[in-house]
Design a protein around this ligand. Structure first.
Ligand code: ADP
Ligand code: NA
Length: 317
């Protein structure tokens, strides 16, 4: 079985990415699983090219530092020629209506002024999946429609031109922590949030982590209780703490918010310390990171080559 997962370099990796996804990718990954940094997807909205390049490199370093097997890891744009070719073939099998009905297009501000790439990136995503021969794509609710499109396009290609593609399915990832923004607990912690006051990044130093946690939004109940509806800020802190130390948020007890925040800061600093050290080490050795990236790219291109060749030939080009 091949499960395919990706992370978009739309910002720096944060503790939500780590606790909710990356840590699990490293721990539970099977021998067939694949992971990539989806830098081409970051181009669908306004972006800065040098920053994109730096974030892509940093995220690759984070994934390696998490302990993901470098042989299962690649950067999407290293396959830009292959993906460009297959995307075109798939776009020519996909109707405008099928692309336009993707709810993410509207959710991300899609309209007549949006980049065409924002409309067509689900087709690029289908190419990502189909080129690697992934049979399972663990995704959240916001992405199931895209995997469904990949499924439709794979079936359509196979029945129209000839059997080439594995038909993928969207699978539900195991439940993990949903970390919310410390400064605005009504929303999830996200890489692309402009105001970073409530976002703890993997590369934040301990002092900064302490400062962000000391300013975390709580409430006026003044009781440390796990009540996500009534006390979202406090519940978020309890969840972060619990995920770091490996307990359930309900069994955590602290007397005051001050005590809670100090404990969460200590736990987060300890949780991130080895990861941060390893990322810094990797970023300080560009040749090693380049070697990892090149090797991953070669493997990914090798996995893609025969499917792309067959698809182009069967499509008549
Ligand atoms: P972001 O929203 O920070 O840009 P992505 O959408 O790139 O993150 O998601 C990368 C992975 O990290 C996904 O598997 C996603 O479920 C997970 N993830 C993102 N934000 C959080 C969060 N706040 N809490 C838990 N997991 C998260
Ligand atoms: Na994002």
């Amino acid at each position: 079985m091949t499960r395919l997962s990706a992370i978009t370099p739309s910002g720096h990796a944060h503790i939500g990415n780590h606790l909710g996804a990356l840590r699990r990718w490293a721990r539970d990954g099977g021998p067939g699983d694949l992971y990539f940094v989806s830098d081409l997807h970051a181009m669908t909205v306004s972006y800065n090219p040098p920053r994109l390049r730096a974030l892509t490199r940093e995220l690759l370093a984070v994934l390696v530092a998490e302990g993901i097997d470098p042989a299962r890891l690649f950067v999407q744009s290293d396959l830009v020629r292959e993906l460009g070719a297959l995307s075109w073939v798939l776009e020519c099998t996909c109707s405008y209506g099928e692309a336009a009905r993707m709810t993410q297009f509207k959710a991300k501000g899609g309209g007549t002024g949006a980049r065409l790439g924002l409309l067509t990136y689900p087709v690029l995503m289908a190419a990502d999946i189909l080129l690697q021969g992934a049979d399972s794509v663990p995704v959240g609710d916001d992405q199931t429609q895209h995997v469904e499109l990949a499924r439709v396009l794979a079936r359509r290609f196979n029945s129209t031109f000839g059997e080439v593609f594995v038909v993928p399915s969207a699978t539900t990832p195991p439940t993990a922590a949903r970390v919310r923004d410390l400064a605005a607990p009504e929303r999830k912690m996200s890489k692309s949030t402009r105001d970073a006051a409530g976002v703890v990044f993997v590369l934040d130093n301990p002092d900064l982590i302490r400062r962000k946690l000391s300013r975390a939004v709580t409430d006026s109940y003044d009781v440390v209780a796990y009540r996500p509806e009534k006390q979202p800020g406090v519940a978020n802190l309890l969840e972060i703490y619990a995920a770091c130390v490996g307990v359930s948020p309900r069994e955590v007890e602290f007397r005051t918010y001050g005590e809670l925040k100090t404990a969460v800061a200590d736990a987060v600093i300890e949780e991130l310390r080895p990861l941060r050290e390893k990322v810094i080490e990797l970023l300080a050795d560009p040749a090693e990171l380049d070697r990892i990236r090149k090797d991953g790219a070669e493997r990914a291109r090798d996995r893609a080559a025969h499917r792309l060749d067959s698809a182009l030939r069967l499509a008549g080009v």
